[in-house]
Design a protein around this ligand. Structure first.
Ligand code: HEM
Ligand code: HEM
Length: 231
């Protein structure tokens, strides 16, 4: 029975007249005849030409679906092709902890998004009701946002390295620019408010409100990468 390395398997993705192969628990299956794999991509999410053993847990079916398709060979053991560009230490870690490949960034981004949007909301409440409590709350939320956003940026850079091989796509470029802008805003606002508790300058309020569209755009561009809108 033919043995496939993960580099060889990648080419069996239904493109350029190639058959559609997928690996599951060490076996390689030929699913070319399946209408659900005909484009090389299953349910708009799962690409062919790779080991999908870890992904079936999210499927509405079990491995019984493979009974309908012929086995084309076996998969050679070793790091999968999509991790080959990483240093061996990271390859080993990600093989042992597969959730670390994609999850840390979307898990952490909730914090700066929520804290900074709430900081904008409380500054608007302060402007509406002239209540200093809202202004103080907004400042503390800003601090929490500023503490959590570098973690979002660090995990963003990590997922870009692991899953996009540091390729500068238009979305990533915009995310890096917006992240730098966000850091600059956070530093200016904290230093400004830290040095004077009684701020009346409208620029401070405008910058506080602008935190919301900045994190919203960061999330939107990220979401477009993870779940591209179908044209
Ligand atoms: C969230 C992810 C997934 C969804 C929503 C999904 C959905 C479906 C549905 C609705 C079917 C047709 C129902 C059936 O034939 O029983 C199907 C078939 C199938 N799925 Fe999935 N699936 C997912 C993930 C996967 C993964 C990760 C694999 C591979 C490890 C896989 C392999 C297959 C195969 C081989 C078939 C049979 C195709 C056919 O008979 O034409 N699926 N899937
Ligand atoms: C505070 C800053 C940031 C926020 C709020 C943010 C937010 C998000 C969100 C909401 C997603 C969608 C996640 C999902 O549902 O799977 C995402 C994805 C992504 N972000 Fe960020 N992001 C930030 C910074 C960065 C930076 C600095 C980079 C570096 C290039 C980056 C790279 C990525 C990549 C590559 C994805 C796609 C991940 C994937 O497909 O698995 N992000 N981001």
């Amino acid at each position: 029975m033919r043995e496939f390395t993960s580099e060889e398997l990648v080419t069996f993705n239904g493109k350029n007249g190639k058959p559609v192969y997928i690996a599951f628990e060490g076996k390689v299956y030929d699913v070319s005849k399946s209408p659900l794999w005909s484009k090389g991509l299953h349910m708009n999410r799962h690409p062919s030409g790779k080991d999908l053993s870890g992904e079936i847990s999210a499927a509405p079916h079990g491995p019984e679906v493979f009974e309908r398709y012929p086995q084309a060979g076996v998969l050679k053991k070793g790091p999968p092709e999509e991790l080959m560009h990483l240093p061996p230490v990271l390859q080993n870690l990600l093989q042992r902890l597969p959730m670390a490949r994609r999850h840390p960034h979307p898990m952490i981004v909730h914090f700066p998004i929520a804290f900074l949007m709430a900081a904008s909301l409380f500054i608007i409440l302060h402007l509406l009701f002239q209540n200093p409590f809202f202004q103080v709350t907004s400042f503390y939320l800003l601090i929490l946002g500023a503490i959590s956003s570098p973690f979002a940026m660090a995990t963003g850079l990590l997922t870009w390295w692991i899953n996009y091989r540091l390729k500068l796509t238009p979305f990533v470029k915009k995310k890096i620019q917006l992240s730098i802008l966000l850091l600059i805003f956070e530093i200016i606002l904290i230093v400004w408010r830290g040095s004077s508790t009684n701020i009346s300058n409208p620029i401070y309020f405008i910058m506080m409100v602008l935190l919301t569209p900045t994190v919203a755009l960061l999330g939107y561009y990220g979401g477009q990468m993870t779940f591209p809108t179908e044209k």
